[in-house]
Ligand binder design. Structure first.
Ligand code: C2O
Length: 575
């Protein structure tokens, strides 16, 4: 009897303690309300004034700064002439899939004149993410940084930097990007390549009419700064480097890493990398620069270089009347330097032993790659301007993904609306072939479809992402919504389950939301399907989404109270 009382007493104490702790942490957590007005604004770039779609007239858009555990409430009002949605790239959106944003996947687009309020809470993510439009090619100019600091009073797992600067790498067209996409859709050819890359919206000194507005990042001798580098480019993986300075990588995609130093980063579109940089060089001016990593063969690409200036505060850069010190230009890897990319990605490790699923319930193998469709009989020649009179396409497991038009997949699933999608996305390629060899032309034409793959709540998933040599091999940045995944291995050629499983890192693999699948190679990712909803997985080269390089995981509700998606918000746009 006495013993029972003691147990009772101590468990009561425990309950009180838990309640107290959660009250304290929710007292710290804040709600941040923002208004995003999507609107055209005059933006001067490359000697011309453009009517650019922006958020609140800003390009790049506003930087959101919050702490882990905080809630964001963003009311988006569409004052542009295009449909729009906003995606919070990398935010896990636990049970709040309605706020994820990809059009026709989790919501209908916000029509011109309409609005929608995105509400979600950051749970256990720290570092750098970003937000961007997820409709047509609007994200060419509609994007911004989303900075998540540790909970208040909690430190970084590295010495506190003196300053923090987001470095948004972008891609700029001298014409309306929406028209570039429309033209490509009409002709079936690859879209025109961009005219410039940008750092925080500015192309920099090496472009015409741009040197006045080059982004300047001040630093002082001895200081250590945190650069939050984001590849927001539409279609181009990029190298990034700073002249004469070492970069210490401490995080990527809002997960920390075992720190390592490097001279150069490679980021696929969608990826972020947090680096520390120390002012340990002679007081002067140094370029930070980004240019293409181009793995596709015989494909035109934008080979220009964007720069910003790392400027020591003590540098005498404005000697009266005289010219400023000419910044030091760094060396960048060759455009096709895959070895540098491999060496860089091989250094990624989680800081400590990771909770990688070891038992696997769903063992999936997805090919990712391009294709060429024969010209349909009812099409005129001018609509088939791809190689040899074809039209470009792309697929995963030979399914070229088609978005629904009248309802989103998540709404259709929730309401039981039939004929919107089918649940037969294949777990394996329908035909096995030498993926990275010489692929028979009969395998170049995928089948269009809106197919999803169903996952039971809590299932442990492994996906082998296998690049193909169809049309050209290419480094595809594959992004999964609603999840972070462990990248347990990467390699070249065809994935071989007999040999390559030996290379799996199940101890400290990096946790990311976007994996750069090696060109003519493969990557293996693992995650636990603990977030119900409709989650698109796609190549983050936007033109490849348009061609169909995407699929959707439909994760079912679990049985527990906190294992179901929340009900849809009342203002969820209808089609
Ligand atoms: Cu950052 Cu679906 O994308």
């Amino acid at each position: 009897m006495e013993a029972l009382k003691i147990i009772h007493g101590s468990s009561l104490l425990l309950v009180i303690l838990v309640l107290l702790a959660s009250a304290l942490s929710s007292a710290n957590a804040r709600v941040h309300e923002h208004q995003f007005v999507v609107q055209a604004a005059k933006v001067k770039r490359l000697c011309k004034t453009h009517n650019t779609i922006t958020v609140n007239g800003q390009f790049p858009g506003p930087t959101l700064e919050i702490n882990n555990g905080d809630t964001l409430v963003v009311k988006v009002t569409n004052k542009a002439r295009y449909n729009v949605t906003i995606h919070w790239h990398g935010v896990r959106q636990m049970r709040t899939g309605w706020a994820d944003g990809p059009e026709f996947v989790t919501q209908c687009p916000i029509r011109p004149g309409g609005s929608y309020t995105y509400r979600f809470t950051i749970q256990g993510q720290e570092g750098t993410l970003w937000w961007h439009a997820h409709s047509s090619w609007l994200r060419a100019t509609v994007y911004g940084a989303l900075i998540i600091r540790p909970r208040e009073g909690e430190p970084y797992p590295f010495p506190k930097p003196k300053c923090e600067t987001p470095i948004l790498l972008g891609e700029w067209w001298d014409t309306n990007p929406i028209d570039v996409l429309r033209q490509a859709t009409r002709t079936g050819a690859a879209p025109n390549v961009s005219d410039a890359y940008t750092i925080n919206g500015q192309p920099g000194d090496l472009y015409k009419c741009s040197s006045q507005d080059t982004t300047v990042v001040p630093i002082d001798s001895g200081e250590t700064h945190l650069l939050r580098v984001i590849n927001a480019a539409l279609n181009q993986p990029l190298f990034f480097t700073v002249a004469n300075h070492k970069l210490t990588v401490v995080g990527a995609d809002a997960s920390y890493l075992k720190p390592f130093t490097t001279n150069v980063l490679m980021l696929g579109p969608g990826q972020t990398t947090d680096v520390l940089i120390t002012g340990d060089q002679p007081s002067s001016r140094y370029y930070m620069a980004a240019r293409a990593y181009q793995s596709a063969q015989n494909a035109p690409f934008d080979n220009t270089t964007t720069t910003a200036i790392l400027q020591y505060k003590s540098a005498n850069h404005h000697a009266k009347g005289g010219p400023s010190i000419k910044p030091v230009m760094p060396q960048l890897p060759a455009y096709n330097d895959t070895n540098t990319v491999t060496a860089f990605s091989n250094k990624f490790r989680s800081p400590r032993k990771a909770e990688v699923p070891t038992e696997i319930d769903e063992n999936l193998f997805f090919t990712v790659g391009l294709g060429l469709n024969k010209c349909p009989p009812n099409f005129r020649k001018r609509r088939c301007q791809g190689p040899n009179g074809t039209r470009f396409t792309a697929s995963m497991n030979n399914v070229s993904f088609v978005l629904p038009r009248n309802i989103s997949i998540l709404q259709a699933h929730q309401l039981g609306v039939p004929n919107v999608f089918t649940t037969d996305f294949p777990a394996n390629p329908p035909v096995k072939f030498d993926y990275t060899g010489n692929v028979s032309r009969s395998l170049w034409q995928p089948v269009p479809g809106t197919k999803v793959y169903k996952l039971k709540y809590g299932s442990r998933v492994q996906v082998v992402l296998q690049d193909t040599n169809i049309v050209t091999p290419e480094d595809h940045p594959i992004h999964l919504h609603g999840y972070d995944f462990y990248i347990v291995a990467e390699g070249f050629g065809n994935f071989n389950p007999k040999k390559d499983t030996a290379k799996f890192n199940l101890v400290d693999p990096p946790l990311r939301n976007t994996v750069a699948v090696p060109s003519n190679g493969w990557a293996v990712i693992r995650f636990v399907a603990d977030n119900p909803g409709a989650w698109i997985m796609h190549c983050h080269l936007d033109v490849h989404i348009n061609w169909g390089l995407a699929m959707v995981f439909l994760v079912e509700n679990g049985v527990g109270k906190l294992q179901s998606i929340e009900p849809p918000p009342a203002d969820l746009p209808l089609c």
